[in-house]
Write a protein that binds this ligand. Structure first.
Ligand code: HEC
Ligand code: HEC
Ligand code: HEC
Ligand code: HEC
Ligand code: HEC
Ligand code: HEC
Ligand code: HEC
Length: 295
């Protein structure tokens, strides 16, 4: 590992003196070596390993490393400006914004973007959902089928969500019809995109808002229109079929809850009864057989 870094350093020196541009190979000679970390003075660390295979398969493969990392063209690199890992990620988001200004502008106005501006520690940056060096086309089936887990990284964490007065909705989503179907696509047919609703079909991807915000696609006045993008013939009361990201209980979807409860009692009951019958049968068999021989 050390000889790799050393030979790369010598290489860089040679190229630097020859005044040649840095190629991705020069950067990757050091950066594909696993385990190098940067520790920040006020907390946190980042791993500086970049997987060359994933980068080569990403949408940005034609770009050079220095297109995005203008400050790190030379080695030794300039000292890192950020004081914490979190502020490093937040600053680095500007890199994506330089080329994708439209998405960045929409994102800034969202609940997540507003949170970033306010310095909230748990809201996503571009790379939370897209990664930095393995960015794939969002239209691919793999990206779409994995969305519940991408959002679920945070929205399944009761402790994190609790800080913002929110419920962890992921668990209820994977148990409702849309979630069950999407999960099946993810496991069984990863090459076909789920036709069912994933998080961004209802909430959008970059313009996520609070459901109470009138501009949200899931605000009470808009939610039916959002369902109708797929359920074309949905009637006036269709949206009330929605489980509101709540697991069924006597308060939420009591009918579903009672059906589930019925099966929870019925199935163990039937299996238990069968077990008792089998045991009785075996006992009867044993008694007639061994009982008979003794006689
Ligand atoms: C000789 C080995 C070596 C080479 C070559 C190298 N790096 Fe680094 N890089 C490191 C090490 C070690 C770190 C950890 C922080 C430090 O020591 O500066 C790092 C950190 C980084 C970081 C994270 C810290 C920061 O400053 O944001 C980036 C980004 C980076 N390198 C980009 C590049 C790019 C782009 C190239 C090619 C132009 C490159 N590196 C070439 C060894 C190298
Ligand atoms: C499309 C722009 C882009 C390209 C191309 C790119 N990077 Fe990055 N890189 C980023 C962003 C954005 C971050 C910050 C990610 C974050 O939040 O940690 C980053 C972070 C890094 C880091 C710090 C560790 C980390 O993951 O945060 C290293 C090291 C690095 N890049 C090296 C490279 C190397 C080597 C290449 C070329 C093979 C490369 N980058 C190509 C955008 C890019
Ligand atoms: C130097 C400019 C540049 C930077 C910086 C950059 N990108 Fe890109 N990005 C591109 C180009 C060029 C494409 C390919 C466009 C195409 O072919 O549709 C692309 C494509 C994409 C796509 C796929 C778009 C689609 O319609 O399928 C996503 C997602 C993406 N980039 C996200 C990011 C993220 C996240 C960052 C920050 C880590 C980033 N980009 C930084 C130039 C850039
Ligand atoms: C890195 C963690 C993270 C990821 C990933 C993430 N979120 Fe969030 N999200 C948050 C946090 C934290 C808040 C609370 C922000 C606040 O209250 O200011 C939030 C707020 C929300 C809200 C507003 C809830 C309310 O009533 O205030 C919605 C809706 C939402 N996210 C949906 C999504 C969707 C959809 C995705 C995926 C496309 C996603 N989130 C990905 C962390 C995340
Ligand atoms: C909460 C997760 C999340 C965050 C944060 C996020 N994206 Fe996306 N992004 C997505 C999803 C999901 C899609 C696919 C949307 C679709 O197909 O309708 C997407 C699509 C894209 C595309 C493809 C073109 C388009 O608009 O559909 C680009 C480019 C992109 N994002 C760049 C960015 C940039 C730049 C940032 C940071 C400013 C960012 N994204 C932040 C989830 C996210
Ligand atoms: C992206 C498209 C899409 C959106 C948006 C969408 N659904 Fe669905 N929904 C589906 C698909 C496809 C199915 C059938 C497969 C399944 O069960 O997942 C379905 C199934 C259902 C079912 C189960 C009964 C049936 O008709 O099969 C109900 C109830 C339902 N959706 C309600 C809603 C509600 C309420 C909304 C709006 C809050 C909504 N859906 C938004 C695609 C969508
Ligand atoms: C079929 C449409 C639909 C899908 C799919 C969907 N949501 Fe929602 N979501 C809603 C509606 C409608 C509301 C507002 C009413 C409510 O709380 O149920 C909501 C509310 C929320 C809230 C606020 C919860 C709170 O505690 O106030 C968050 C956060 C959220 N959704 C995130 C997600 C995430 C993450 C996913 C994917 C795992 C997702 N949603 C999938 C329709 C949807």
């Amino acid at each position: 590992m050390y000889w790799l870094i050393l030979s790369a350093a010598l290489w860089m020196l040679a190229f630097h003196q020859a005044g040649l541009a840095q190629t991705n190979e020069t950067c990757l000679a050091c950066h594909q070596v696993e385990g190098t970390k940067v520790r920040f003075p006020a907390g946190g660390e980042i791993d500086v390993t970049v997987d060359p295979k994933k980068f080569a398969a990403s949408v940005h493969a034609p770009l050079t490393c220095v297109t995005c990392h203008t400050d790190q063209a030379d080695y030794p690199h300039r000292p890192v400006k950020a004081k914490t890992a979190r502020s490093y990620h937040v600053l680095a988001q500007q890199i994506c914004a330089t080329c994708h200004a439209d998405q960045a502008k929409v994102f800034e106005a969202s609940i997540h973007g507003q949170g970033l501006r306010m310095g909230l520690a748990d809201v996503p940056t571009c790379t939370s959902c897209h990664t930095a060096h393995a960015v794939v086309r969002p239209k691919t089936a793999a990206f779409r089928n994995n969305i519940p887990e991408t959002c679920g990284n945070c929205h399944s964490e009761a402790a994190v969500m609790g800080r913002y007065g929110l419920r962890p909705v992921y668990q209820a989503y994977v148990e409702e019809f849309h979630g069950v179907t999407t999960r099946l696509y993810r496991l069984v047919t990863p090459l076909a995109p789920s036709p069912s609703a994933v998080c961004y079909d209802c909430h959008t991807a970059h313009a996520v808002r609070r459901p109470a915000d009138p501009a949200s696609p899931v605000a009470p006045a808009n939610v039916l229109a959002t369902c109708r993008t797929c359920h074309k013939t949905a009637g006036r009361f269709f949206a009330t079929a929605w489980n509101e990201h709540q697991a069924p209980s006597m308060r939420h979807s009591p009918l579903v809850y009672m059906v589930q409860l019925f099966y929870k009692i019925l199935i163990p009951g039937v299996v238990g009864l069968l077990a008792v019958l089998t045991a009785l049968d075996l006992w009867f068999w044993a008694v007639t057989r061994w009982g008979g021989r003794k006689a």
